[in-house]
Design a binder for this molecule. Structure first.
Ligand code: KIV
Length: 276
């Protein structure tokens, strides 16, 4: 657990929230991926991804559900603990599952569990104006928070599917303002999913904290994708923003290195991976 913090003598020090903030300030793209077990975490780390997320997408890609809704705190703790063992350099973030942060008190209890038992360094929760007080409560207790805005997959049954968000100017404006309120309440990172390029750019310009996009266009501070999608393990239809990095590479490590390179040199995402 926390192997990253034991590597102080390493030539390349572990990534911290300070590193990520500096990367934003210096305009260096942040390469992020999901992982769910120690072996893949070690590969993602070897490929020099800066941030690894134990996403509740594990409900779909590992457990075989249609949505992320069935994932529990115990599932996240189990997978996060495994991923933490595989990492040396990358910053570890873990998801708060559906209904695990309905009140500030419940959110704090579950964050503590995920950090203490799962080894996560930051928790991510799907957020809007209704979660501002929760984020503030967590920040007051020194829990690092990533606020996930835009398309919120845990709300899939409420919004009627996995759809692009923020296409209407009013909705886009509200989304940027809400992200700003979450930052002001103490969110350390904002993750923005499935929005037109302009919303990605406006959010990134409006915020001081790093903005990580998934289907949010090229003008954000970093990119994240689901590991199994980029390794071509996911069967069937994948979202528009997914690129198969396994194609043309003879090992998973080579594919992951190609992804990190493409994020760093901004060749990913290309126009065909973006929404307008
Ligand atoms: O659960 C997940 O994998 C996510 C994505 C944004 C990467 O939240």
């Amino acid at each position: 657990m926390y192997t990253q913090l034991e590597q102080r003598g390493m030539a390349e020090p572990p990534i911290t929230i300070t590193t990520l903030r500096k990367m934003k300030q210096q305009g260096q793209p942040i390469a992020c991926l999901t992982a769910y077990d120690a072996s893949f975490a070690a590969l993602v780390d070897a490929a020099q991804a800066d941030l690894v997320l134990v996403g509740d997408s594990l409900g779909m890609v590992v457990q075989g559900h249609d949505t992320t809704v069935p994932v529990t705190v115990a599932d996240i703790v189990y997978h996060s603990r495994a991923v933490a063992r595989g990492l040396r350099r990358a910053f570890l973030v873990a998801d708060m599952p559906f209904m695990s942060y309905t009140t500030p008190r419940q959110a704090l209890e579950n964050s503590v569990r995920i950090m203490q038992k799962g080894g996560a360094m930051m928790i991510k929760l799907e957020a809007g104006d209704d979660q501002v007080d929760i984020v503030r409560h967590l920040a007051r207790h020194d829990i690092p928070v990533c606020a996930h805005v835009g398309l919120k997959p845990q709300s899939v049954h409420k919004i009627g599917g996995f759809k692009v968000q923020g296409r209407e100017p009013d909705q886009a404006k509200q989304m940027v303002e809400s992200a700003k309120r979450l930052q002001d309440a103490g969110a350390d990172i904002v993750l923005l999913e499935c929005v037109p390029n302009e919303v990605g750019q406006a959010t990134t310009e409006a915020l001081e904290v790093p903005v990580i996009g998934i289907g949010a266009g090229p003008d954000v501070d970093g990119q994240i994708l689901v590991l199994y999608d980029i390794l071509d393990i996911t069967q069937g239809r994948t979202p528009r923003f997914v690129k198969n990095f396994q194609q043309g590479h003879d090992s998973p490590l080579a594919a992951l290195q190609a992804y990190v390179r493409a994020v760093k040199d901004r060749t990913y995402p290309a126009p065909e991976h973006c929404f307008s």
